[in-house]
Structures are given as C-alpha cells and as structure tokens.
Write a protein that binds this ligand. Sequence first.
Ligand code: FES
Ligand code: FES
Length: 160
Amino acid sequence: MKTMSLRLTVNGEAKHWTIAPGDLLLDVLRREGYFGVKRGCETGECGACTILLRGKPVNSCLMFAAQAEGGEILTIEGVADGDQLDPIQESFLDHGAVQCGFCTGGMVLSAKALLERHPDAGEDEVREALAGHLCRCTGYRKPVEAVLAVSKAARVGVKP
Ligand code: FES
Ligand code: FES
C-alpha cells in the first residue's frame, strides 16, 4: 500500500504519522486515539465529526487527512485545560445541554470557533454556528442557551 507522511499539530502537540493518501481525517484521528471525534453520518450532515482546523470548524469525514498537512487541529480532547473545563463545556453542563453526548464535542467546537471570532455573539449567530449539528436527544434550545450564556457573560464581563 502506498503511504505518505503527515505532519500536523493536534491539541498543541506536534504529530508525525504515516497515512495512506486516501485516508480520511476522521479515520486517522480516531485511529490515533481521538475518539471524541465521532463517526456519525460520514456524509457531512450531522456534525459529529467536527474538529477545528486552523480555528475553523471542519467535518473531518469530508476531507482527506493529507489535506490537513502542516495544519493545527483542535479536537474536543484539547478544549479543557487539564481538569478545568472550558466555559462553553461548563455552560453545556449547567444548562442540561448534554444527554448522550454524541453531538456535544462538535457543538462545543463550533461554538468555540464562533466565540473566538465574536465573543458577544447573539442568538442568530449562535443558531447559525450550531446549524450543522444534529442532536437526537436534547434538541437545540438548550445548547443555544448554553452558548448564549457564555456570550452574555462576555458582554457584561462576568463568569458565565
Ligand atoms: S460524520 Fe461527519 S458530518 Fe456526520
Ligand atoms: S446529546 Fe445525544 S445526540 Fe445530542
């Protein structure tokens, strides 16, 4: 089998992996132990496989790993700082926005990308950012409320 080398940064750590040219980024990340990157529809519909590539949400089921060469990836495993959850993760818990959790990693990452661009994003922006994520358990109201609580806290300068 033809192989190639892939160098990238995942959650702040430099990685050097051997891949096949046709390997999907989703498959490579899960093979390397990033199981927070979920395998859902594999057609770009559900958002469960979302990662941030260079700060932007990407469906990892829709791209070849080779296309990420030299890139910086954030998976849900890299969002918390040790035991300290990210404020968006805290807010999802506080708002009951997590049930089975299958969609949660992707939603948190998309919300993080949004709030990094627009810390005080409003409801329309939050809904748009989460629009690519399907949730079969919680629905969408609670995740939207959870993200809005963080953006509201940014507006008034308090902890969410
Ligand atoms: S598994 Fe990638 S969008 Fe559903
Ligand atoms: S919490 Fe189960 S799919 Fe969203």
